[in-house]
Ligand binder design. Structure first.
Ligand code: ADP
Ligand code: MG
Length: 702
């Protein structure tokens, strides 16, 4: 249970005054949450920059175009004349050196009179302009009296915003949230506090949101760094707790004698690459060790991870145990079973699939066979972790495209067996520095070579204005019997609501069908599973030549005969996503072409991204470049996934802190693995604060 102390921070933002349903929606979008954000979400939304209002000149000395704070007396009002409601409300004010006009457009009746009563002294802050030789401030950012002024630091934080959300309302909400900050215990050890010279967490939060110095909000400054360390420590500690659980000495080991593996290898229509063989050897060795396996298999799209997973599953089957593979989507799970089933069957490995689609009697029978040990390798989606899915002897959990799953799912699957070995497959190559952040200390195998016979992909960027030429080229390709993907992006606004906006894809589908008729198909995420599969199958069989798709084809889909891909609005996609998408082609023996259609003008970031994607198909290089260009959030596509992402820590700034947090987590695991006593309580608080508490129930389980 969450410590009661933290409850005020987990109250919804709508409990703050001035935050209604409209703000709720905006805050959800801003803070990237599907539900009403809590105060803690707000407090962890840090400023991007500051406005310096400390300049306090006399009116006579105030420089045009600068932000100033003036101390003035209000002399008179000039409301808009009755016939001309569009004219501004003018307030004439002065100090002992001159006059200034404060201008308000479309002011609500009574608003200005109340804010700036005649005869009152006020502090007014804003950008000074000259209008007809008279100093003027249009819509001052701040108007306060003596008491209000005493509370101003003169430095205002500026936050990343979303359309429709005013800076002022965010600041007002933030100020209230800060008021609710409880008296938090110190969870960082005195040694680290001393070494890193960290301020207390409350001070850190206060200083980033109410900066006293311009440097207070810098990511590498003490306040931000303290918060980044907290976030990293929470992440590392959670991983360490999970790992301690997973690494418990394993009982009997899981690698068999190799007879199934060699049968599978004999049945393969190709030879394994060197790195595939190395990965299989490393996994087999792990399966023999007296501690559980925790290995990440990284490999670019098309590098052949599935067959490695199958061989790992075969190894545990040889030892009389079961294996499971969990994929993030139905399409992927079916893709896997399609690759796996023919090979497995020839070797005598019994495989089955379980997704949301298997229901009723079919599902019951499948579960009965699973519990009886009559299924060796079960492939599926989230459906695998439902409570009534019981294995006879689960020994290996393979988790594909791991970053889409949280720790919770991973644990739920491994808890279905005794001392289950874990193999994580990642098709988004993750730079080594980030492996630590997201997975903790894992062993890593990389499939760096592409399977033999792969053709390079010719990638070109083409402006939208040449759309009709692209259509012509697609038409010629279709006439030659080529298979073409046409990818349309989702529309941004609707992503926030978790639904896929189909206008782009459906509209493009219609226009392409007008031209190419029945040779065009459409798949998108809102179609029923069976319908999706049917269209994909038609495409794979060449009955459809041109497949219009949203990003549902992003991960793992395998139609080797497809050799052309058009990506519309390529400038809207992240590097990792473009790479994933493009990985759908260049899989067969024929040369492939990828056309990146973009809308002009391109901004700097999009230009850089398209350049990288044109220059290389090496996923590891692309991941490094992506990290360099945008920071880690996008490398992992955390925005689309449920991965507990990092909101404060940034790898390019806090790289040092990642290792320090890891070391601190390891020390805690050594000295106080059950998180006992006051120190332990404080650390639990930290885990809850950053919502890394999944691992806490494990502590008791020992
Ligand atoms: P990944 O999951 O890593 O994206 P897959 O496992 O889906 O890649 O493999 C992509 C394709 O490559 C599959 O059609 C598979 O049969 C094939 N493949 C795998 N390994 C090899 C290899 N060593 N040589 C040739 N083709 C291979
Ligand atoms: Mg795959």
């Amino acid at each position: 249970m969450r410590p009661a102390l933290l409850n005020p921070l987990f109250a919804p933002v709508t409990t703050l005054s001035g935050v209604g349903p409209k703000q709720d929606k905006l805050f959800r979008y801003l803070l990237d949450r599907n539900e009403t954000p809590r105060l803690v979400d707000l407090l962890l939304h840090l400023p991007a920059s500051v406005i310096d209002r400390r300049a306090r000149p006399k009116i006579r000395d105030a420089a045009q175009g600068t932000i100033v704070t003036l101390e003035v007396t209000v002399d008179r009002h000039r409301p808009p004349p009755p016939r001309n409601a569009r004219a501004p409300f003018l307030v004439y004010a002065s100090d002992d050196t001159g006059d200034v006009v404060l201008t308000f457009f479309r002011a609500k009746p009574g608003y200005v009179e109340k804010l700036l009563p005649v005869g009152a002294k006020r502090y007014v802050s804003g950008t000074l302009q000259m209008y007809d030789g008279v100093p003027q401030i249009v819509h001052p950012d701040r108007v306060v009296d003596e008491a209000g002024f005493a509370k101003l630091s003169g430095i205002d934080p500026v936050y990343p915003l979303t359309e429709g959300l005013a800076l002022g309302s965010l600041r007002r909400a933030m100020a209230q949230a800060l008021q609710k900050l409880p008296d938090l215990p110190e969870w960082i050890s005195p040694e680290v506090i001393r070494r890193c010279q960290f301020p207390a967490v409350a001070e850190a939060l206060n200083r980033v949101h109410v900066p006293v110095e311009l440097t207070d909000i810098l990511p590498d400054g003490p306040f931000w760094s303290r918060l980044a360390f907290d976030e990293l420590l929470a992440g590392q500690l959670a991983l360490a707790l999970v790992r301690a659980q997973l690494r418990r000495p394993a009982g009997d080991r899981h690698a068999g004698d190799g007879h199934l593996r060699s049968r599978i290898i004999d049945a393969l229509p190709y030879a394994l690459t060197m790195s595939q063989r190395e990965a299989v050897a490393a996994i087999t060795e792990d399966l023999r060790q007296p501690v559980r396996m925790l290995r990440l298999l990284q490999g670019d799209v098309g590098s052949g991870k599935t067959v490695v997973a199958l061989l790992a599953a075969a190894a545990v089957t040889e030892a009389g145990k079961q294996a499971a593979l969990m994929a993030p989507t139905e399409i992927l799970a079916r893709q896997h079973i399609k690759t796996i089933a023919p090979l497995a069957e020839r070797a005598g490995l019994r495989v089955a699939i379980l997704t949301g689609r298997e229901k009723g009697k079919e599902r019951r029978e499948l579960l009965a066979r699973l519990a009886a040990g009559e299924i060796d390798f079960l492939v599926g989606t989230h459906a695998l972790i439902q409570d009534d899915v019981v294995f006879k002897a689960l020994a290996l959990a393979v988790v594909d495209e791991q970053h889409r799953f949280g720790v919770r799912e991973r644990l739920a699957l491994t808890n279905k067996g005794d001392a289950v070995d874990v193999l994580v497959l990642s098709a988004t190559p993750i730079p080594r520095t980030l492996v630590l952040t997201y997975f903790g200390d894992m062993d890593v195998s990389e499939l760096r070579e592409k399977p033999a016979g792969r053709q390079p992909i010719d990638t070109r960027a083409v402006p939208n204005s040449r759309l009709s030429e692209v259509m012509d080229a697609v038409g010629r390709a279709l006439d030659k019997g080529k298979l073409v993907y046409w990818i349309c992006p989702l529309v941004e606004e609707s992503e926030a609501e978790g639904t896929e906006h189909l206008t782009n894809a459906t509209e493009r589908f219609e226009s392409l069908r007008e031209r190419f008729g029945g040779r065009v198909g459409l798949v998108h995420g809102q179609m029923k599973g069976a319908e999706k599969d049917r269209v994909m199958a038609q495409f794979a069989a060449g009955e459809i030549g041109l497949l219009v798709a949203t990003t549902v084809v992003e991960v793992g889909v395998d139609v080797p005969a497809a050799t052309i891909m058009v990506i519309e609005n390529a400038e809207r996609f992240g590097l990792a996503q473009l790479h994933q998408l493009r990985g759908r082609i260049g899989r067969g023996s024929e040369a492939s072409t990828c056309l990146l259609l973009y809308k002009e003008p391109l901004n700097e970031m999009s230009t850089a991204r398209l350049k990288v994607i044109r220059e290389t198909t090496d996923g590891f290089r692309i991941a490094e470049e992506d990290l360099r260009l945008r920071g880690e959030g996008d490398v992992l596509g955390t925005r689309q996934s449920g991965l507990p992402g990092y909101r404060i820590a940034r790898s390019e700034v806090h790289g040092q802190l990642i290792t320090q947090a890891r070391d601190e987590a390891l020390r805690i695991m050594k000295d106080n693995p059950k998180l006992k006593g006051d120190c332990g309580e404080a650390l639990r608080c930290l885990l809850y604060l950053f919502e890394r508490d999944e691992a806490i129930p494990l502590i008791g389980a020992g």
